[in-house]
Design a binder for this molecule. Structure first.
Ligand code: DGL
Length: 259
């Protein structure tokens, strides 16, 4: 059982930021990653469409015998994880914008959240946000167009810088001291964001927390891989492989798969 893979999916290449944290913390674990780039972005789709795509990805991973599924996508988590947990037996780990630590730590009483429309408009996000942010101001910003630019390899392009400047301006004007990254594609923008934000603004993403939670749930369910052999990391994408390949480096191979 424990040698079975951890299944991970995202609407595209962004969830590799989560895979990296999982691989760092759990190097013994075999993993299988699905990038559904053919259907990206999920963030502009409705809840039913996001659930349907999440079912497709989950069933592919379960047919490959995965022991646990990481939904490495805020948009799919906030719209579909309840359905997935009710429907399938395996444990699911999701990712949500880390509003709580930002809300607890802010000194300026203003935090910014950059996420997709699908995440910001979800009931799960509203619920979490209302629990922790009643006394502070929260500048929410839809990152329209960012996922598409990352998927096409334009991480550091002028178009990306222009978009980010526009999206960050209201947050900087409101004097945020924390920026929460609510999309797994966005950690790849951290070098750019550091340059565009005032020095005192801290950036929070949930990658490490997801990896820790994955470990806890594997331990609880007696699913950790105790085998010492080198682990296998499989990456599949249903569009061109080049952008994902460059995000992962030459040590890992990305394959095209029509799922
Ligand atoms: N990585 C996905 C997320 O975390 C991007 C969603 C999209 O495809 O719009 O929300």
């Amino acid at each position: 059982m424990s040698e079975q893979s951890i299944g991970i999916f995202d609407s595209g290449v962004g969830g590799t930021s989560i895979w990296k944290e999982i691989h760092k913390l759990l190097p013994n674990e075999n993993t299988m990653y699905l990038a559904d780039s053919k259907n990206a972005p999920y963030g502009s789709k409705g809840k039913d469409a996001i659930i349907e795509l999440s079912i497709k990805n989950t069933e592919y991973l379960l047919n490959k015998n995965c022991k646990l599924i990481v939904v490495a996508c805020n948009t799919a988590t906030t719209n579909a994880i309840d359905y997935l947990r009710e429907t399938y037996q395996v444990p699911f780990i999701g990712i949500e914008p880390a509003i709580k630590p930002a809300a607890l730590k802010t000194k300026t009483n203003a935090i910014g959240i950059l996420a997709t429309k699908g995440t910001l408009s979800s009931a799960l996000f509203s619920k979490t946000s209302s629990l922790f942010t009643s006394n502070i101001s929260v500048i929410e910003q839809v990152g329209e167009g960012i996922v598409e630019l990352i998927e096409s390899g334009q991480l550091d392009s002028d178009d990306m810088k222009d978009l980010l400047r526009v999206y960050l301006k209201p947050m900087i004007d409101a004097q945020i001291d924390y920026l929460v990254l609510g999309c797994t594609h966005y950690p790849y923008l951290i070098p750019l964001l550091i340059n565009l934000l005032p020095k005192h603004v801290k950036i929070i993403d949930s990658g490490e927390a997801v990896a820790r939670q994955t470990k806890t749930i594997l331990e609880k369910n007696n699913l950790l891989n105790t085998d010492d052999l080198r682990s296998k990391s499989l990456f599949y994408i249903n569009k061109k492989v080049d952008v994902m390949q460059s995000l992962l480096g030459s040590k890992f191979e990305v394959d095209y798969l029509d799922f």
